[in-house]
Design a binder for this molecule. Structure first.
Ligand code: UD1
Length: 356
């Protein structure tokens, strides 16, 4: 059997690797490498347990650091492992520093790279994620995109070979786990909250957390909402809030980073989601919850065109009006924007027809 190295390192990558790893192992030997970019139990191990993802074969333990130091540490260790393991291909996911390092170390050794979630663009090159995904797309052999729009983005950059629209791998997971989340999550009881009686918020992007005024603006907007705001706090945001000595209003309930099933359940039950995460915008759409994206732009433009997602990073009036219209938004048509939840099988079919 041919050998594939899968590179994961940050929370959303564990969720994406769950369905793909299971499908891959039917046709390939998979060596899973965790870079250690995310390392807290609540940001890492918990997802392996919940999604029954095999334990990584290697954990590089790279941890936090500046972009250069973090990416460089990964590059060095990944190169050594690729030389040792001699994989026939490498799979990387999304847009993190682990994605770029995984792809770059591989191509330099002439190992072909498959990029899952290729072609996404915010057209904002100040985002580290935009640089990571741009560079990764340009050095990948196989580009697995979630939609026609992402395929078009690649075409505009001259990338037309081996581009496959396979839908969104995160939908595979949502379909598999949303019923289970409904039945088994106790988070609503634990937090003493009722369906539709709260907002769910997440904030972690550098553009929101690394600017004190911007982070204050976001918390100010949350404080004006008519209901409780549940905020599972990302470690990056926690660090910044401490640094800025930022106080939050009484309607904001800060909790530890949530597990996957609890998160799905919170999304399902919230009146609206407010987030700067890419994954949560899509999960909100799949679970038919209106979303406000706390950014200047989004890569997931189809959700905006469908009317379910609204983008604003600082307009109180937009946020309040979306919150008010949330019941109306729920009545909008809800087309399949990113496939039908069969991404893992499609990716493995394509790879197994090309790698012998
Ligand atoms: C990274 C990705 C982003 C992805 C996000 C998901 C990059 C450039 N960014 O951002 O694309 O959406 O992951 O969460 O790769 N920390 C901990 N414990 C952990 C993990 C992080 O305390 O388990 C803290 C550290 O202080 C660290 C900070 O969080 O400095 C930021 O971590 P980092 O690895 O830079 O990435 P994220 O901000 O999480």
């Amino acid at each position: 059997m041919s050998k594939i190295c899968s590179i994961i390192g940050a929370r959303p990558q564990f969720i994406k690797a769950g369905p793909l790893s299971a499908a891959l192992r039917e046709k390939f030997v998979e060596i899973m490498i965790h870079t250690g970019q995310h390392y807290d139990h609540g940001m890492s191990q918990r997802f392996f347990d919940e999604l029954h993802i095999p334990e990584p074969d290697y954990n590089l333990g790279v941890g936090s650091g500046g972009h250069g130091a973090q990416t460089a540490a990964m590059l060095k260790l990944l190169e050594e492992l690729y030389v040792k393991e001699k994989p026939d291909a490498v799979i990387v996911y999304g847009d993190t520093n682990s994605t770029l390092a995984g792809a770059l170390a591989a191509v330099k050794l002439h190992i072909p790279v498959a990029h899952v979630e290729a072609g996404l663009r915010s057209f904002n090159r100040e985002m580290p994620e935009e640089i990571n995904r741009l560079l990764t797309d340009h050095i990948s052999r196989w580009l697995f995109t979630p939609s026609e729009a992402s395929k078009k983005n690649l075409k505009l950059e001259g990338i037309t070979d081996n581009v496959h629209i396979v839908g969104d791998i995160m939908l595979d997971s949502v379909l598999k786990y949303s019923e289970k989340a409904k039945k088994s999550s106790s988070i609503m009881v634990d937090l003493d909250i009722e369906k539709n009686e709260f907002y769910l918020a997440t904030v972690h992007r550098a553009e929101n957390t690394d600017d004190k005024i911007q982070l204050e603006t976001i918390f100010q907007m949350f404080s004006e909402l008519d209901k409780k705001v549940i905020l599972p706090l990302h470690p990056r945001t926690k660090n910044r809030m401490e640094e800025y000595s930022l106080e939050v209003s009484d309607n904001i309930k800060i909790i530890e980073p949530a597990g996957y099933l609890d998160m799905l359940h919170l999304i399902q039950c919230s009146k609206s989601v407010l987030t700067d995460s890419g994954g949560i915008q899509k999960e909100a759409y799949y679970l038919e919850t209106p979303c406000i994206t706390l950014r200047k732009e989004t890569e997931w433009t189809e959700t905006v065109d469908a009317g379910w997602n609204t983008v604003t990073n600082s307009s109180k009036s937009i946020i309040l009006s979306v919150a008010e219209r949330s019941d109306e938004i729920r009545l909008l048509p809800h087309p399949d924007l990113y496939g039908n939840g069969n991404s893992a099988a499609e990716i493995v079919n394509i790879l197994s027809s090309e790698i012998s």
